[in-house]
Design a protein around this ligand. Sequence first.
Ligand code: PMP
Length: 356
Amino acid sequence: MSIRTTTGHGRRFDSILDTVGNTPTIRLNRIAPEHVNVFVKSEAFNPAGSVKDRLALNIIEAAERDGRLKPGQTVIEATSGNTGIGLAMVCAAKGYPLVVTMAESFSVERRRLMRFLGAKVVLTPKELKGTGMYDKAKELAETNGWFLASQFETPDNANIHESTTAREIMADFADTRLDYWVTGYGTGGTVSGVSRVLRRDSPETRIILAEPANAAIVSSGYTNARNDSNQPTESHPEFEPHPIQGWTPDFIPFVLQEAIDKGGYDSLLKIPGPDGIAWSRRLAAEEGIFVGISAGATFAAAMEVARDAPEGSNILVMLPDTGERYLSTPLFEGIPEGMDDEELAISKSTPTAQMG
Ligand code: PMP
């Protein structure tokens, strides 16, 4: 095998913002069952490390285009992290001040990352769950005349997945069938936007949606009450806290409702949090693919699909973010700082160690 070479992009990027999207589709070679082809689309390749860079960029640019966002106006959003980090990256690049509200239960590195990117982070009590940080963002927007990004309601969310994520998937599978596409949901932007295109241009593709086993709010069949602005007015009765950060808030988002109402998925799987963690660890340790808990949970759903899939099926799994975002979470629990017995044995295996 000769040495690898690279070609460059053949262009110079005018801004970090031009590097959002076009994430790679990657074959798995070790942990997937042999009778199927499993591919992952790794959104960690986005400049701020998650799928939400796409949405953040479009929320700001769509609002710039139609005048809802004025030059220098402060942007505000309630977010468990990735949207905030994406917005912080976009706002830093374009020069808008950003304030993020966030429940104190989310990982510490997410807050610090946003602050590092120049944002202000306002914490809300964990007892008030997702709706608490959401109400606070709304109140701050109304009080101060700030631009509320509204990721859970805005059409700018699913639209960007229709115009980017879905086009990338169609292009990457242009020369072969895509039998299954597997995703989770947070706002539902990914599933609502991509399913528009798959239903139209790739009707043979089965769309698999996954949610946490202990917060299976879509499976429950109960739809949230919403106000005139499509914002939730209650916490979903079937919601329970779950470890899959970025998935399933404590209400059914309006953006997700489109996929529910228009048949945007074929089956709905319930994934226990520990399965997500276990698969994320295996993706890292056995495939070198370093991603977060929701990625592991989506992969867990794909492995269920793979079990019953016909020979030779092509399965594509969305991996929403990088694993570096989870150093202080259960994903890294039990990963020691000091040497374990095996490492000590390695250390002691040289002559100098034995003499000492
Ligand atoms: N996983 C993670 C880690 C996320 O941050 C998000 C976005 N909230 C998702 C999955 C789900 O993506 P979407 O909002 O497009 O449904």
